[in-house]
Design a binder for this molecule. Structure first.
Ligand code: DGL
Length: 266
């Protein structure tokens, strides 16, 4: 029987989606695959990302998982279409939550921040063409945030300065929201909150992605049952290596703890 649901990301960004899944689906069991050997994806070529994603899919499908959530906007942009053609299990991709932000803030502008692959990819431009007839969306690639997140540098002077420099060209007067279009960016909500006007709200695609997972799995989901919070609820892999050393497990724990505090910031 297929038991686990896989979450895949280039690195620890996807933990922000898993973090929500653990709350919404507490009785499910998961595999979390962070491609730590190849992170970051967003500054590499689309072909490289396609190959890394395919290797991860080969590994995950060999573990007999019941679905794969691509908890990475970049891999979704570069590879999800090909993965759907190559693999027959349910595949849930992730796109910047542009539609949600436009609907929630019907008269204001929105800023989408993501990696260069996502910002320049056709997928995002098609999404914007489809839903933003009034041209209310602005785009900004923030490639350095992924490296900062991977080395657990979140609210440092360097991070703040980087963001201030990148935002310097924007006049945020008419902006209602910022879309976190990369799963690594959820770790920076406190520093972003300090820099951006309080009127600008955060919008991300985690809950939408999990709702789509629930829709696709339907009766294959565990709705009730035994207590879930056992140690084995999530099997972690860094690339194809099981994460077993306490220093690595502690690193993951620290990320999840930071996500607990970021979740409260609006
Ligand atoms: N976390 C990923 C995303 O959502 C990509 C980060 C990267 O490796 O560049 O886009």
């Amino acid at each position: 029987m297929k038991i686990r649901i896989a979450f895949f990301d280039s690195g620890i960004g996807g933990l922000s989606v898993l973090h929500r899944a653990l709350k919404i689906l507490p009785h499910e069991k998961f595999i979390f695959f962070a491609d730590e050997d190849h992170v970051p994806y967003g500054t590499k070529s689309r072909e490289e990302v396609l190959n890394f994603t395919d290797s991860a899919f080969k590994f995950l499908t060999s573990r007999n998982v019941k679905a794969i959530v691509v908890a990475c906007n970049t891999a979704t942009s570069a590879a999800v279409r090909e993965m759907r053609a190559r693999y027959s299990i349910p595949i849930i991709g992730m796109e910047p939550a542009v539609k949600k932000a436009l609907e929630l803030f019907p008269r204001q502008k929105i800023l989408v921040i993501a990696t260069p692959i996502t910002i320049h990819g056709d997928k995002l431009h098609q999404l914007i063409d489809r839903y933003d007839s009034e041209h209310r969306t602005e785009l900004l690639a923030l490639p350095k945030l992924v490296d900062f997140a991977e080395r657990q540098e979140f609210a440092s002077i360097a991070v703040k300065k980087y963001l201030e420099d990148q935002f310097a060209a924007f006049n945020f007067e008419n902006f209602g929201a910022i879309v976190l279009g990369c799963t690594h960016f959820n770790y920076f909500k406190d520093v972003l909150r300090e820099i951006l006007p309080s009127r600008m709200k955060f919008v991300d695609g985690s809950d939408g992605t999990i709702n789509e997972l629930i829709r696709q799995l339907g009766t294959n989901l565990i709705i009730g049952g035994s207590d879930s919070n056992s140690d084995s609820q999530v099997e972690f892999y860094f690339s194809e290596r099981p994460v077993v050393e306490s220093k690595d497990l502690n690193r993951i724990k620290k990320f999840l703890e930071r996500l607990d505090s970021m979740e409260k910031i609006e």
